[in-house]
Design a protein around this ligand. Structure first.
Ligand code: 13P
Length: 300
């Protein structure tokens, strides 16, 4: 039987190897990403977030699952459901449990519940309800504590102000409590990264170069013992990412780095757009994350 995604992430954590999570806002991005993972013998997750079928062209979570099952390669890939928010980027309440239930039925191998816009107690309660549902089906759950901003329309205050003030950074003691009380398998933490913008007004702009507060990350990773997740992986200087991986941030979510070059090319030449995704994914795997050959260790 093939290893569960959680077993694979645990192994990656033990060996301090990054596992990229690549977002799919457009279905034709699937093939080149899977091909890049296969050609570089790297292990990674392919993922879709709710906003990618509501605001982009992923279609639906079942459309993504169908395409995944057509092109997947068990050696190198697993399917993950990214951001199902309890309160979304437009401040609307989401009926998250039926979405998670549908995803598990459609074959997603891990899911994320994002209660980060809720007060701590409510985030714990929502995350706990998803853990109960998902674990009964053997599916791993990622939660989020702290605020990785950027999906909201416009970033106020500015990135520099957020970073300098540590606003929204994950509190280490709360992280420990959150994990104990929810039973989550992986935790998305806020330590300086931001999401690439997705609103019409900002989605084509070059993303700001974010930094990571590694001492803050270390203060979290010293007291929690599950894989941590870095959201907003696009455009962070390489040394920060490699340091983050060493300090337990194993899953690195990457969306904008592949979406923008795809969008810039797709109307001129759909074939070339897929090639651009392949080339960009290859560069990320080989030169930024340094994980060429990682499947040999993570999923032998
Ligand atoms: P970027 O688009 O900034 O790479 O972030 C992706 C992400 O974190 C999806 O969950």
């Amino acid at each position: 039987m093939s290893a569960s995604t959680n077993e694979l992430l645990q192994k990656a954590r033990k060996n301090q190897i990054a596992v990229p999570g690549f977002n799919i806002p457009y279905l034709p991005m699937f093939e080149p990403i899977v091909q890049a993972l296969r050609d570089s013998h790297s292990f990674g997750l392919i993922m879709v977030a709710r906003l990618e079928w509501t605001k982009f062209e992923a279609g639906s979570l079942t459309a993504v699952a169908e395409e995944y099952h057509r092109v997947m390669d068990e050696r190198f890939t697993r399917l993950h459901l990214d951001h199902i928010p309890v309160i979304d980027e437009d401040n609307l309440r989401v009926d998250y449990l039926p979405i998670i239930r549908n995803a598990i039925e459609a074959g997603y191998q891990s899911v994320m519940i994002d209660g980060s816009r809720l007060p701590l107690a409510d985030n714990i309660a929502a995350t706990r309800s998803v853990v109960e549902l998902a674990h009964a089906a053997g599916v791993a759950v990622e939660g989020e504590l702290g605020a990785v901003m950027g999906h909201e329309d416009g970033l106020t205050p500015s990135y520099e102000e957020i970073y300098a003030s540590g606003k929204g950074f994950t509190n280490p003691a709360e992280a420990k409590q959150f994990i104990q009380r929810t039973g989550v398998d992986w935790l998305s933490v806020a330590v300086g990264s931001i999401h690439g913008a997705i609103s019409k007004a900002f989605k084509d702009q070059k993303k700001v170069q974010a930094r990571l507060n590694i001492p803050h990350l270390r203060s979290i990773s010293e007291i929690v013992d599950i894989p941590l997740v870095l959201h907003g992986g696009t455009g962070i200087p390489k040394q920060y990412i490699l340091d983050a991986v060493r300090h337990g941030c194993i899953k690195i979510n990457i969306g904008t780095a592949l979406r923008q070059p795809y969008e810039q090319t797709r109307f001129r030449s759909p074939g070339k757009a897929q090639q651009v995704v392949y080339d960009t994914a290859m560069t990320l795997l080989r030169d930024e994350l340094n994980i060429t050959g990682s499947a040999k260790i993570i999923n032998p």
